[in-house]
Design a protein. Structure first.
Length: 94
């Protein structure tokens, strides 16, 4: 669980999930990037039924997909990952 500020600026604890699949190089990039920033997350392998269903419910059709509260980041989107990291480290939250 990590603290993420919502649009009102209030802090709430939320779980960060990274949806992945084996052999996905972009998934490995996202995990490495979050690990280097010391961000804790739960990895959800979409080969498992529960994770696949959850990913589909998010409207995502590919991996990697990072979910933190209302924030959904599709692919290795460095600017959005940086914004998430900044929010989690209380530097800024937009």
């Amino acid at each position: 669980m990590a603290a993420v500020r919502d649009l009102k600026g209030e802090t709430a604890m939320t779980e960060i999930k990274v949806f992945t699949s084996p052999g996905c190089s972009a998934c490995a990039q996202v995990k490495e990037y979050l690990n280097k920033a010391d961000i804790e997350y739960t990895e959800c392998n979409i080969l498992e039924q529960e994770a696949a269903v959850e990913l589909k419910e998010l409207g995502a059709i590919s991996v990697p997909c990072v979910v933190a509260g209302d924030m959904v980041i599709r692919g290795f989107d460095k600017p959005k990952l940086d914004a998430l990291i900044a929010c989690l480290t209380a530097e800024a939250c937009a």
